[in-house]
Design a protein around this ligand. Structure first.
Ligand code: ADP
Length: 291
């Protein structure tokens, strides 16, 4: 029997967390995806209070629960259910919805493809990338916060995402190696598998991150903080990067926004949430060094 006296319940997922972060910072955001079953209904009503618009398709099954257990030593254990099945027809509807939304905008928005999908099709995101490139402006910036087989497929595709953000573990898996620190990551950013991706950010939790942007390498050092709940920090990082890219800020600023958002999220009990004021303060304490 394990008891939890301080449960925190939140509606989230990579896309929602990243979208919320970008919206808090000032971006106009639309979250697009699928909802299913009773959890789906709960999520739909909770999303009404969010600072972004939504366009969710109802499908069969049940939107998943994810349980994060934080012990006193601040170790995290995650129990993540398998989400509802994403059929080819559903995947196409979501894609069509993204394209319709983008075509309605006066300016070219940034698209972030976030999270995993319960699908037999390991090349789902590769298909999305190809279709989005074909249907929209070919210079559109597509951020991909995906992992596992879906990311592997995307990396071998002829159409590459503009940005990826594996964390250190996902990066190790991707290159079938074991890296334990930033110094080991840096040379691997030149790995042939990563060729053609303009912007690679490998996030390393409290150690900050390393990045490759248009052939330039960066080390991003962050101050030590008294983290409360880092669940969703990577998602917040993606939201911060999306906001800063949309503002067309210099790369150093983009990296600072990404890190400050991850840190601000870690300083909140809530998951996938940042404070704009805190982000601006934290940014001042982050150092970006070109290697
Ligand atoms: P993910 O959530 O995808 O595993 P990370 O854990 O690497 O990603 O977190 C993303 C970013 O959030 C980090 O690069 C860092 O800026 C910030 N962050 C995460 N955890 C902490 C922490 N414990 N202390 C300070 N910053 C953190």
């Amino acid at each position: 029997m394990n008891r939890c006296n301080t449960p925190v319940k939140a509606v989230g997922g990579k896309g929602i967390n990243a979208g919320r972060t970008a919206a808090i910072l000032g971006s106009e955001v639309t979250a697009i995806g699928v909802l299913a079953g009773m959890n789906g209904q709960l999520i739909r009503s909770a999303l009404e209070k969010e600072p972004f618009s939504t366009s969710f398709i109802s499908i069969d099954g049940e939107s998943r629960n994810a349980v994060t257990i934080m012990d006193q030593a601040k170790n995290q254990t995650e129990i993540v259910e398998l989400g509802p099945k994403i059929t080819a027809a559903t995947a196409q509807k979501v894609l069509d919805s993204i394209i319709t939304h983008v075509l309605k905008q006066d300016t070219t928005p940034i698209i972030a493809l976030c999270g995993s999908a319960n699908t037999q099709n390991d090349a789902l995101y590769e298909y999305y990338l190809q279709q989005l490139h074909q249907s929209l402006h070919s210079q559109i910036k597509i951020l991909a916060d995906i992992s596992g087989k879906q990311l592997q497929h995307v990396l071998t595709s002829s159409i590459k995402p503009y940005f990826i953000k594996p964390n250190i573990h996902e990066f190790s898996d991707l290159l079938a190696t074991t890296v334990t620190n930033k110094n080991e990551i840096i040379p691997l950013l030149n790995h042939p598998l990563l060729e053609g991706i303009s912007f690679i950010l490998v996030s390393c939790g409290k150690e900050g991150a390393v990045a490759k942007f248009c052939g330039r390498m960066f080390n991003i050092s962050i101050p030590s903080i008294d983290s409360i709940n880092p669940t969703g920090s990577g998602d917040a990082t993606v939201g911060g990067v999306a906001f800063a890219l949309e503002q067309e800020l210099p790369i150093e600023e983009v990296l600072k926004y990404g890190m400050a958002c991850g840190m601000s999220n870690a300083l909140e009990t809530a998951v996938g949430y940042v404070s704009k004021q805190r982000v601006e303060q934290l940014k001042e304490e982050i150092s970006v060094t070109e290697i």
